[in-house]
Design a protein around this ligand. Structure first.
Ligand code: FO1
Length: 316
């Protein structure tokens, strides 16, 4: 098999990662792409299992994503939330009416004994998505943060407190005993694998939980395929979300090099933005500069092409 027709794996969180995943999906034969998603943001809310990053990927790849919010569905209605508010229910985490169907059906099927990956695989097929979408593990892993306001569950920190508390430390409860999804490990070890793409997601809350699942990091280190990461930092700032704020709070340099250093043990090449040329100049690894801000569909496809071309060039 020619290297440039082999399978591709992307490790992704929600919003930022999903943009590059969509670019990859649009330029590759759909069945060559496998996406391994962070489930550290998942939680139980109102009796439902909510999986934000998996759902952002499902909605993005099926053309239903809400571009303004960055999560949930486009053209959503909010009757459920309004009714819940009238009853004095919890409304800090907003579940749209259509989105609610995803959580209700997932929760019902999980309670019936199906694995999360089986439920997601069924949803993505029903939604006409040709790429494989895998949770990093079928076992529960939950991101928790130690902050200046005490220990917080991820969604309490992220949504209820709008990322305001200063983060001191993160940990991924359940990761010690979680089993990586076997298809993810098999895909990473595939002899014809073309590339592993680490999407421009927040390294602390989106990619680190995936790497914390036993076996993931070792399999990446041993991968024969090129591992390419795309910087989520552009011009020294995060495009969206708390990445830069967390870097500062954790005592790390607020620039694109911090992300590259976190992945240094398995990374073959780092794709950074042209605006960060000076910051990454001293990095002790191959770096490719390009336009990494994905404001349009074309921008997503262009970055996806650059990432794959880069992988093909550094092929071991
Ligand atoms: N993010 C918010 O900032 N506010 C919300 O009310 C909210 C609701 C929500 C509902 C379903 C879902 O899948 C995601 C939702 N998110 C919301 C995003 C979620 O918190 C993500 O974990 C973060 O965006 C980090 O990826």
């Amino acid at each position: 098999m020619d290297a440039s027709s082999g399978p591709v794996i992307a490790l992704s969180g929600g919003v930022g990662g999903a943009k590059l995943v969509l670019g990859l999906y649009r330029i590759l034969p759909p069945d060559t792409l496998t996406v391994v998603a962070n489930t550290g943001d998942d939680f139980e809310h109102l009796g439902l299992t909510v999986c934000p990053d998996l759902d952002t990927l499902l909605y993005t790849l099926s053309g239903q994503a809400n571009p303004e919010l960055g999560w949930g569905r486009a053209d959503e209605t909010w009757t459920f939330m309004a009714a819940l508010q009238r009853l004095g229910g919890e409304t800090w985490f907003r579940l749209g009416d259509g989105d609610l169907a995803t959580h209700v059906e997932r929760t019902r099927r999980l309670a019936g004994g199906e694995s999360l990956s089986a439920v997601i695989d069924s949803f993505r097929r029903r939604l006409g998505i040709g790429a494989r979408l895998l949770p990093m593990s079928d076992d529960a892993v939950r991101t928790r943060l130690e902050t200046d306001r005490g220990a917080l569950d991820f969604q309490d920190y992220f949504v209820r407190l709008r990322c305001e508390p200063a983060v001191r430390r993160l940990h991924f409860a359940g990761s010690e005993t979680a089993r990586p999804h076997p298809e993810a490990i098999a895909a990473l070890a595939h002899p014809a694998l073309r590339a592993v793409v680490i999407c421009p997601s927040n390294p602390f809350i989106s990619i680190d939980p995936i790497l914390a699942v036993p076996g993931m990091r070792d399999t990446l280190r041993a991968s024969k395929a090129p591992v390419v990461a795309v910087s989520p930092i552009i011009g020294g700032q995060a495009v969206k979300g708390p990445t830069a704020k967390m870097m500062a709070e954790l005592g790390l340099p607020v620039d694109a090099t911090t992300v590259a250093h976190r992945y240094a043990d398995f990374l073959d090449v780092y794709v950074a933005d042209e605006a960060d040329a000076d910051a990454v100049a001293g990095l002790d690894m191959p770096v490719v500069l390009g336009p990494t801000l994905m404001q349009t569909l074309e921008g997503r496809e262009r970055l996806a092409s650059l990432v794959l071309e880069t992988a093909d060039r550094v092929r071991k």
